[in-house]
Design a protein around this ligand. Structure first.
Ligand SMILES: Nc1ncnc2c1ncn2[C@@H]1O[C@H](COP(=O)(O)OP(=O)(O)OP(=O)(O)O)[C@@H](O)[C@H]1O
Ligand SMILES: [Mg+2]
Length: 242
């Protein structure tokens, strides 16, 4: 029997978290990291998530990114309830719909920039796609056409993050998830990276970014939500002018 969802997902909503909790069992203790989190993210939105260290931002991001499932409540990503699909379907959803960018770039050191960008396509093979051509095009888009054959150790932090952004885009995901993407960069390089995200956002991509930098959040995001002790502080949620 098909079970009807209480609140069916709407077309323009890419992420819907409903009453989400995430508990961790450590020894005989239960740590409640996320508590009754509700969040809607619309297609094409640029959302910033802020909050103190340990407030649960990355935990929430892992849920949105299909790396983890909630202990209670529901998370829908592109209309799919992550608790109702198999591990392999979850991995497929993640591979096709989510592009990740991390603070520490997470590039594979023995691969060139070009090979790093190609990497996510191996787990999500789509016949007929010119992977090398696509990777070159994306490195060009992030301003790295001169550095395609460089290894990560031969790149600056800003250049490495550009490679990571190109890699995040290679499967043409609906949602870019960035966990403190400018955290390891100086402010000028950070602004350059933010300009790339802004450009992606203008082209219709949904961007969800964790940041500790209020100025960056206010300058670039459409909306800023605050997490505190695993709870979204609605009074602090801020919608920025377009
Ligand atoms: N696998 C785990 N097992 C137990 N506790 C965990 C686990 N992962 C995270 N936590 C706890 O959950 C809380 C939230 O962690 P999380 O990484 O989401 O915080 P954060 O807001 O991203 O912090 P930061 O700004 O420092 O990155 C922390 O107290 C952390 O210790
Ligand atoms: Mg974190």
């Amino acid at each position: 029997m098909v079970e009807l969802e209480k609140n069916p997902p709407q077309d323009d909503i890419v992420v819907r978290a409903e009453n989400v909790c995430r508990d961790y069992e450590v020894g005989d203790m239960t740590i409640k990291v996320l508590r009754n989190v509700d969040l809607l993210v619309r297609k094409g939105e640029f959302l910033a998530i802020m909050g103190p260290s340990g407030s649960g931002k990355s935990t929430l991001m892992n849920m949105i990114g299909c790396l983890d499932r909630p202990t209670c409540g529901a998370v829908y990503v592109m209309g799919k309830n992550v608790n109702r699909i198999s591990d392999s379907e979850l991995a497929k959803l993640r591979g096709m719909e989510i592009g990740f960018v991390f603070q520490s770039f997470n590039l594979v050191s023995r691969l060139s920039a070009l090979e790093n960008v190609e990497l996510p396509t191996y787990a999500n093979r789509r016949p007929g796609i010119d992977v090398r051509g696509k990777a070159r095009e994306l490195l060009d888009l992030v301003g790295l056409s001169e550095r395609m054959d460089y290894k990560p150790t031969e790149l600056s932090g800003g250049q490495s993050q550009r490679v990571a952004i190109a890699r995040a885009l290679v499967n043409n995901p609906s949602i870019i998830l960035a966990d403190e993407p400018t955290g390891n960069l100086d402010s000028k390089t950070g602004e350059e990276i933010m300009n790339i995200f802004t450009d992606l956002h203008r082209r219709g991509r949904t961007v969800i970014m964790i940041t500790h930098d209020l100025q960056l959040a206010n300058k670039y995001a459409d909306r800023v939500v605050y997490l505190k002790d695993g709870v979204i502080d609605d009074r602090a949620t801020k919608v920025n002018a377009a």
